[in-house]
Design a protein around this ligand. Structure first.
Ligand code: TRP
Ligand code: SF4
Length: 434
C-alpha cells in the first residue's frame, strides 16, 4: 500500500511526529472493507485493540461522534460518517451527539435553527449514505449528558485545560465548557449502559478531545491496574474504606486464574501474577464490577485518527473556506466549477506534464479520488500511475473527478428525498438514553 500513500515525505514525517509527540500508535493492520484503512488514510489509533477484540468476538461496543449544526456537511464530515457506518456494520451501537449548545454559543445559531440544520444538512445525508437507526440526540435536550458534563468537570483543572488547548486567560468560559460537554458525550454510552469499548473516529485536529476524555475516564475509576515488572498491581484510589474494593479485586483475580503475590492495604495495593492475561480484559472487567460502588466507572475510549483531507486550494478542508470545500448539499454544477479551479500536482505546461508526469501526492484532486471517488483499488492505482507517467493530464483528470462527484451528489440528493420519512426512526432517543 505504500505507493498509494498520498503525502509527500515531509507530510508523512509530520504525522509521524504527531504520533510520537502525543503517543498515538499506528494501525496494527488493515481493516478489510474499510476504504480509508485500505488506503492508509487512518494515521493512527489509541487502544484500537479493545475494539478489534470486541468486533472479532461479537461483544458489545459503541461508536460515538458528534456534529456541530452550523453550515453544511462537507467531505471531511463524510469521512467520519463513512467510519461510523463501517463500525455499525461490524456490530457497534451508534451514538451521535448534535452539539447544538456549542453552535448556539459559538455561532449564535438558535436551537430551532440548529435542529433544522442537524436534520436537513446532516442526519438526512447520514441516512442517504446508509447509516441505520441509531441513538441520535441533541445536547440541549439531553439532561443526562448535561449532568455528566458537570460531574466530569470535577476531574480537570484549569492548568490542564490550558496545557491541552493552549488557552489564554481572555478565553471565554465557553471554551472550557464545550470540551467538557464533549467528554460527557463520549463517556455517556458507557455510563448510561455499562463499561464497554467505545470507538471515536476523529480528524487529526480533534485528537486533544480524545486525550482529555481518556485522562478523565481514568481518574473517575476507583480501582486501577497496571502491569509492571511481570506483575499486575491493583491500586485503590480515594481515602475511604477499601473493603468492598478489595472484594471486587479478589473476585477478578480468581476469575482470571491469577495469584496474589502481595497485599498491602495500608498502601491500598494488591500485586498479582500476570501470565497469559490480557490487561484490557482485566480493565473492562474491573470497570464493570466497580459499577456497583461507582456510577462513573468507565474504560478509556479508543480512537482512530483520520488524516485531514486537503482543501481544493490547499490547507485543511473546512466549512469556513467554501471555495476550497465540497459540501454534500452543494449544487453539482457549482461543485464541478470548484473542482476545475482546484490546485493540482501538475506541471506548468502540457508538454512538461507529458514528459515528466504529475505529482499525485501533493494534489487535492487526487485526494478526492482517494478519499471518496475511486471505488476500487484498480481505479485509484490507474489514476496514480497515469498521473505519474504523464499519460493523464490535469484538465481531463479534473473533468473525470467533477463528473464522478456530480453523479455522487445527484444520487445522494435523490436518496435524501426518498429518506425523509425515515427521520423519526432516528429521533426516538433525542432527549438521551432514558
Ligand atoms: N466538537 C465536534 C465538532 O466540532 C462535535 C462533537 C460534539 C463531537 N460531541 C462530540 C465529536 C463527541 C466527537 C465526539 O464537530
Ligand atoms: Fe492531480 Fe490528476 Fe493532475 Fe495528477 S493528473 S496532478 S492527479 S489533477
Amino acid at each position: 500500500m505504500d505507493s498509494l500513500n498520498p503525502w509527500g515525505s515531509s507530510q508523512v514525517k509530520d504525522y509521524e511526529r504527531m504520533r510520537r509527540e502525543f503517543g498515538i500508535d499506528p494501525m496494527p493492520r488493515v481493516l478489510e472493507g474499510n476504504l480509508m484503512s485500505e488506503r492508509s488514510l487512518i494515521m493512527g489509533q489509541r487502544d484500537f485493540n479493545r475494539v478489534e477484540i470486541a468486533m472479532e468476538n461479537g461483544e458489545k461496543f459503541a461508536a460515538m461522534t458528534g456534529l456541530m449544526p452550523s453550515g453544511q456537511m462537507h467531505l471531511g464530515s463524510k469521512a467520519v460518517i463513512d467510519q461510523m457506518i463501517y463500525f455499525q456494520s461490524r456490530g457497534a451501537q451508534i451514538h451521535i451527539a448534535v452539539a447544538d449548545l456549542e453552535s448556539l454559543a459559538t455561532r449564535e445559531i438558535s436551537l430551532e435553527k440548529g435542529r433544522e440544520i442537524a436534520l436537513e444538512n446532516f442526519l438526512l445525508n447520514y441516512i442517504a449514505m446508509g447509516l441505520k437507526p441509531c441513538n441520535f440526540y441533541f445536547q440541549s435536550s439531553n439532561t443526562y449528558v448535561q449532568k455528566l458534563a458537570f460531574v466530569v468537570s470535577r476531574e480537570v483543572t484549569l492548568s490542564e485545560m490550558k496545557g491541552i488547548y493552549g488557552f489564554v486567560d481572555s478565553k471565554r468560559m465557553l471554551e472550557l465548557n464545550s470540551p467538557l460537554v464533549q467528554v460527557a458525550d463520549i463517556l455517556s454510552p458507557q455510563i448510561y449502559d455499562e463499561p464497554m469499548p467505545t470507538i471515536v473516529p476523529v480528524g487529526a485536529d480533534q485528537d486533544p478531545h480524545i486525550r482529555l476524555t481518556r485522562d478523565i475516564s481514568g481518574r473517575m475509576n476507583m480501582i486501577k491496574v497496571t502491569r509492571k515488572d511481570g506483575k499486575f498491581q491493583f491500586s485503590i484510589g480515594g481515602q475511604g474504606d477499601v473493603k468492598e474494593y478489595v472484594k471486587i479485586i479478589k473476585k477478578i483475580v480468581k476469575t482470571h486464574g491469577l495469584r496474589i503475590l502481595k497485599e498491602n492495604l495500608a498502601y491500598r495495593t494488591i500485586d498479582t501474577t500476570e501470565e497469559g492475561v490480557n490487561l484490557d480484559a482485566i480493565e473492562l472487567h474491573l470497570a464493570r464490577d466497580e459499577r456497583v460502588l461507582n456510577n462513573y466507572s468507565t474504560i478509556p475510549p479508543s480512537s482512530i485518527i483520520l488524516r485531514l483531507e486537503t482543501g481544493l486550494h490547499g490547507g485543511k478542508m473546512s466549512k469556513s473556506v467554501p471555495e476550497s470545500t465540497v459540501s454534500l448539499n452543494d449544487n453539482p454544477v457549482d461543485v464541478s466549477k470548484k473542482i476545475k479551479k482546484a490546485l493540482t500536482g501538475g506541471r506548468e505546461s502540457v508538454e512538461e506534464q507529458k514528459k515528466l508526469g504529475g505529482n499525485p501526492y501533493i494534489c487535492p484532486v487526487f485526494e478526492l479520488y482517494l478519499y471518496h471517488l475511486s471505488r476500487t483499488d484498480k481505479h485509484i492505482r490507474e489514476v496514480e500511475e497515469t498521473c505519474k507517467s504523464g499519460a493523464r493530464l490535469c484538465g481531463n483528470c479534473k473533468s473525470e473527478a467533477a463528473e464522478l462527484m456530480s453523479t455522487y451528489l445527484v444520487e445522494l440528493k435523490e436518496k435524501r428525498e426518498s429518506s425523509r420519512h425515515l427521520i423519526p426512526e432516528y429521533l426516538g432517543n433525542e432527549n438521551g438514553m432514558h
